[in-house]
Design a protein around this ligand. Structure first.
Ligand code: ATP
Ligand code: MG
Length: 362
């Protein structure tokens, strides 16, 4: 695979606030790359730098092997889809979709053919004569995507395109965008603060934390091997549990941690060997990797009392009080537990993460 978008040492300052801090990133041709992070972490700024709508303070941007750092947006062969679709209200769907081709004075038959193709791809064929006011939110967003699609860009840039839609429509559009990517095999860079969107759509997720890349990986890499506490807590729902603990000892490949009021757990480490003994750490375990066992069960990591049950139908979320704090547990929909029940809380040691005092995964 060749690289399609390459950012080298990008820095962006607004006044004296550094919003992007020496960021380098490569997106391969045909890849679906999600830029994921909380509000204000610099996602849109980075996307706008790739689009050329914002000039980086330092660093370079290449698209398809060409340095475009000083190339205006219209010449970058990119198309951008925003959260607010901003269609031309007085134009029909067909006119909105074909707008850029008409501006570029493309031949009439080309305009017609491309518009028809795009309309077919996005199931807008029956809506071509309508005005935006006569469309639903999802249909409007499809038109906005169509307007980008018709230009046959080298790279698609999406900035939270689904966040104005209701939950049901968002899922539907997500599937459509995934299908579009599969059909077109065009490079896509997709900004979102919704980890589910990033997990389901992307080949590669870039997690941004205050203008710095926190981790880059496939969805499952980020889920299974988060590099730090920030990524661990951002990916996955319900959120990972964190428990303050102390290391008891290590043999280099494994570390044993003491849970307050519980039994020690021995965990395989991923990174550098731990210092032996008595280092403060945090143990991370996802709700779906905790099981309830009987009260007093010697295999339990912690004793606990079920405080609250949420029956979601397909799953039960349980809030369990333990000496180490509240632990969220996810079990089957028909889990037999009940409020007030004394239980044992069992962490699957193969799924336990250990974070050192600097929040890195051990
Ligand atoms: N034109 C600007 N002038 C000054 N500060 C700006 C400007 N644009 C963005 N910022 C600041 O840069 C930071 C990053 O903004 P950005 O819009 O990239 O965040 P984001 O990750 O897209 O957030 P959101 O999820 O809320 O859209 C924010 O602190 C924001 O206030
Ligand atoms: Mg934004």
């Amino acid at each position: 695979m060749s690289s399609d978008v390459e950012l080298k040492n990008i820095k962006k300052r607004f006044g004296n606030v550094e919003v992007i801090k020496d960021l380098s990133l490569t997106v391969e041709r045909g890849q679906f790359c999600a830029l994921l992070g909380p509000s204000g972490c610099g996602k849109s700024t980075l996307l706008r730098i790739i689009a050329g709508l914002e000039q980086a303070t330092e660093g370079s941007v290449s698209i398809a092997g060409n340095d475009v750092t000083n190339v205006p947006p219209a010449k970058r062969r990119i198309a951008m889809v925003f959260q607010s679709y901003a269609l031309y209200p007085h134009m029909t769907v067909a006119q909105n979709i074909s707008f850029s081709l008409r501006v570029a004075k493309a031949p009439k038959d080309v305009i017609q053919k491309r518009t028809a193709e795009v309309a077919r791809m996005l199931q807008l064929e029956n809506l071509l004569e309508r005005k935006p006011a006569q469309l639903s939110g999802g249909q409007r967003q499809r038109v906005a995507i169509g307007r980008a699609l018709v230009r046959e860009p080298q790279v698609f840039l999406f900035d939270e395109p689904l966040s104005n839609l209701d939950a049901m429509l968002r899922i539907q559009m997500r599937v459509e965008i995934a299908k579009l990517h599969k059909d077109l095999a065009t490079t896509m860079i997709y900004v979102t603060h919704d980890q589910v969107e990033a997990m389901t759509l992307a080949d590669k997720i870039v997690v941004l934390d205050r203008g710095v890349i926190s981790q880059v990986g496939t969805p499952m890499e980020l889920y299974q091997q988060p590099a730090n506490k920030f990524v661990a807590s951002f990916i996955g729902s319900p959120t990972m549990n964190f428990v303050a603990a102390t290391t008891k000892g290590t043999d280099g490949a494994n570390v044993t941690v003491d849970l307050p009021g519980g039994h020690p757990i021995t965990v395989k480490t991923r990174g550098a060997p731990q210092k032996t003994g008595n280092a403060p750490v945090e143990v991370g375990i996802r709700p779906e990797h905790v099981r309830l066992v009987g009260a007093g069960d010697p295999t339990a990591s912690l004793p606990g009392t079920v405080q609250l049950l949420e029956r979601l139908g397909n799953a039960t979320i349980m809030y369990v009080d333990t000496p180490a704090g509240q632990i969220v547990v996810q079990d089957d929909g028909d889990a037999a537990a009940h409020t007030g029940e004394n239980v044992g809380v069992l962490f699957d040691p193969a799924r336990v993460h250990v974070f050192t005092a600097d929040a890195r995964a051990a």
